[in-house]
Write a protein that binds this ligand. Structure first.
Ligand code: NAP
Ligand code: BLA
Length: 334
């Protein structure tokens, strides 16, 4: 990737004021390579509070923010449906961009944004902090010990009562569940490679007290089966909401010589030699690690832990799952 020249300290603008935006601002606030300059949020009160906390200028809209000539780098950490439009506007304005996954909910637009970033010589970094986490690092490390893999099962199910009326329970704002939660697919494509076919089922539960056109749901359950090129079958379950009663956060990888079993924050390797406990690193501090890598890249060209192309490929698989759920057909991925 060719990146146009950069001045330090970098002038940073942030879109979003929630968990991810705060984690990034916390990681940057004491770093003399950057200046946290301006923020655009959703509700004015939250934007004001965020601006005050980090000594930034509040902007009324993200459009105003990305148009400011004094900014070099835009962090996009808002609701999913806005990622694509904000990233496009920021790149067109010649800004470097860091965006939380997913890059966009529109596969064709994702491809166009990668091309745009290249032609503008701007960084387009799509965060995939799940790759930096303990579960993924341990999976990578111990994978060779299970031999030829034939089955993978990955489930994250979060009962939540009552379901919040937030963007994460809104059909359009969160997007197709495996796009909004793209890390579920990306973990597997990172470990296992190329997907041949996808089949998927999706069910939403709506609040019966609200009009039929209600875009919010109270539960979603999305179950996909991915057939990988090497004959591996992987199942992915993503669910959240009121109709679910059992929490799951588990990853099972079965190979001819052994199995890897992860359950919550614990892991085990089972082989003919016996069962070995695996210590997992924390799920905290990952946004800070991601931010440090971005700065090292911009400063010294140190390669990042993930490429936009890898994120785009995961999005392609997620889009195939979306089409499968809509059509009830098995979708082959070209
Ligand atoms: P969050 O805490 O809910 O914050 C969401 C932000 O978007 C807030 O600034 C919120 O503003 C704003 N917002 C909410 N609804 C909106 C709407 N309808 N239109 C425009 N803006 C809206 O969410 P988050 O966890 O930080 O997630 C932000 C992004 O990071 C998402 O794309 C998510 O997938 C990604 N991500 C998050 C994590 C994580 O650990 N949390 C990890 C990986 C990726 P108000 O509060 O003023 O409404
Ligand atoms: C991912 N966490 C996410 C995402 C959202 C949230 C919207 C992106 C979509 C998805 O992958 O599902 C939101 N996560 C939350 C909220 C809580 C939460 C509201 O745990 C409430 C406690 N994220 C956190 C906290 C941790 C955290 C407190 O907000 C850990 C201590 C970790 N969230 C975390 C990680 C991911 C993620 C590591 C990356 C996705 C993955 O690992 O698959």
């Amino acid at each position: 990737m060719v990146i146009k020249s950069i001045r330090f300290p970098l002038q940073v603008g942030v879109v979003g004021t929630g968990y991810a935006a705060n984690a990034r601002a916390e990681a940057l606030k004491a770093d003399d390579r950057v200046h946290l300059r301006a923020v655009a949020g959703h509700s004015p009160a939250t934007t004001q509070a965020f601006a005050q906390t980090y000594g930034m200028e509040p902007c009324d809209t993200w459009q105003t923010l990305v148009g400011r000539p004094d900014l070099d780098l835009i962090l996009v950490a808002t609701a999913n449906y806005l990622h694509g439009p904000i990233v496009r506007a920021a790149l067109e304005a010649g800004k470097h961009v860091v965006v939380e996954f997913p890059l966009t909910l529109d596969l064709a637009e994702a491809d166009a944004l990668l091309t745009l970033a290249r032609s503008q010589q701007c960084l387009l970094h799509i965060e995939h902090i799940e790759l930096l986490g303990g579960l993924h690092q341990a999976s990578r490390q111990f994978l060779p010990q299970v031999g030829e893999i034939f089955a993978v099962d990955y489930a994250t199910v979060t009962p939540q009562r009552p379901a919040p009326r937030r963007w994460t329970y809104h059909r359009e704002w969160f997007g197709f569940p495996l796009m909004g939660a793209l890390s579920r697919i990306h973990r597997l494509t990172d470990l296992l490679g190329i997907v041949a076919t996808v089949s998927c089922q999706l069910r939403y539960w709506d609040d019966p007290t609200i009009a039929p056109s209600n875009p919010y749901y109270t539960t979603c359950l999305c179950q996909a089966q991915l057939q990988f090129d090497q004959g591996i079958v992987a199942t992915v379950t993503y669910g959240k909401g009121e109709a679910l009663w059992q929490t799951a956060r588990s990853l099972t990888i079965q190979g001819k010589q052994g199995a890897l079993l992860f359950e919550g924050d614990t892991g085990q390797l089972v082989t003919a030699a016996g069962t070995q406990d695996i210590a997992l690193g924390s799920r905290r501090g990952l946004f800070a690690q991601d931010m440090q890598q971005v700065l090292a890249y911009l400063q010294a060209g140190t390669p990042l832990y993930v490429t936009p192309e890898a994120s785009l490929y995961a999005l392609k698989v997620a889009d195939a799952a979306r089409r499968s759920a809509a059509s009830q057909q098995v979708i082959a991925i070209a």
